[in-house]
Design a protein around this ligand. Structure first.
Ligand SMILES: C[S@@+](CC[C@H](N)C(=O)[O-])C[C@H]1O[C@@H](n2cnc3c(N)ncnc32)[C@H](O)[C@@H]1O
Length: 264
């Protein structure tokens, strides 16, 4: 099939995939190879903040272009691709670019690829695939890991960053820590209960102070970093900043207040 014809068919496929966004249970359609334009690759890596500390997993790596550019920024990682010809091409291109030691490409089903090693996951996949991957991205990646996608969103989970690049969308999600639930907060000799509700990175909460529920003035979560603002706790709003790690939240050096919280 001529490349141009293949491109038009693929574009039509991705359009119809876009319309299927609302059909959350829709099966994942066959995913064709459509390369991400170089300017979009560059912006994806920049928005995701890819650098030497990162391990990037490219799901459906095509000709390897995203991971090769990530490696030029110092990242390590691997790409998985179903088409063996593209795998071969990608490994050859990585060697030619001088980054063959940092990255490698495998023929593997992206839906069966363990994701836990990644600090960044890159993908250019239809919305059904993004949605199917969503639970695994949330459960296997560490809080603070980034997911960067070209063109298609992930139903239900708002991106932390979104930018239009040359007429196409780039999305970045930051994997949030799991903080929903009941907490006991301690600040010096003061203690109170805190109830947090979470929808991905969106957070709301109520502090129970002297038996009185007081909604938080502000609650923010980015990766494992948390900000809680309590009004009515004293004369001025109390600002708690820190990190969330499993069943513990705590201030970090430089936080205005020294505090800890334990999950009940
Ligand atoms: C839209 S292309 C994106 C290519 C590349 N990531 C880019 O952005 O330039 C999607 C790629 O996923 C590959 N693919 C499709 N199904 C796959 C699967 N189940 N496992 C791994 N790769 C798959 C396709 O062969 C294709 O190369």
């Amino acid at each position: 099939m001529a490349v141009a014809t293949k491109g038009i068919l693929a574009a039509a496929f991705f359009c119809s995939a876009g319309h299927a966004l609302a059909q959350r249970s829709a099966a994942v359609p066959e995913i064709p190879f459509i390369p991400t334009p170089p300017a979009v690759v560059e912006r994806m890596l920049s928005l995701a903040g890819v650098g030497p500390d990162d391990f990037v997993i490219d799901l459906g790596s095509g000709d390897g272009r995203i991971l090769i550019e990530a490696a030029k920024l110092g990242a390590r990682g691997f790409g998985v691709e179903i088409d063996p010809k593209l795998v071969k091409l990608s490994n050859a291109a990585a060697l030619k670019a001088g980054v063959g030691v940092q990255i490698s490409f495998f023929q593997q089903d992206l839906f069966k690829t363990p994701l836990g090693a990644a600090s960044v996951v890159a993908m250019y996949l239809p919305p059904e695939a993004n949605f199917k991957l969503r639970p695994r991205l949330l459960s296997e990646l560490k809080p603070g890991s980034r997911i960067v996608a070209h063109q298609f969103a992930m139903a239900g989970w708002l991106p932390d960053l979104q930018e239009n690049v040359q007429g196409t969308e780039v999305y970045v999600w930051i994997v949030p820590a799991r903080v929903a639930g009941e907490w006991r907060v301690r600040i010096g000799d003061r203690e109170f209960d805190l109830q947090l509700k979470q929808l991905f990175q969106e957070l709301t909460g109520v502090a129970i102070i002297n038996g009185v529920p007081i909604p938080l003035g502000l609650a923010r979560l980015q990766g494992d970093q948390i900000l809680l603002v309590l009004e009515g706790f004293g004369a001025i709003p109390l600002t708690l900043t820190g990190v969330a790690e499993g069943d513990v939240m705590r201030s970090v050096p430089g936080s205005a207040e020294s505090w800890t919280a334990k999950k009940k």
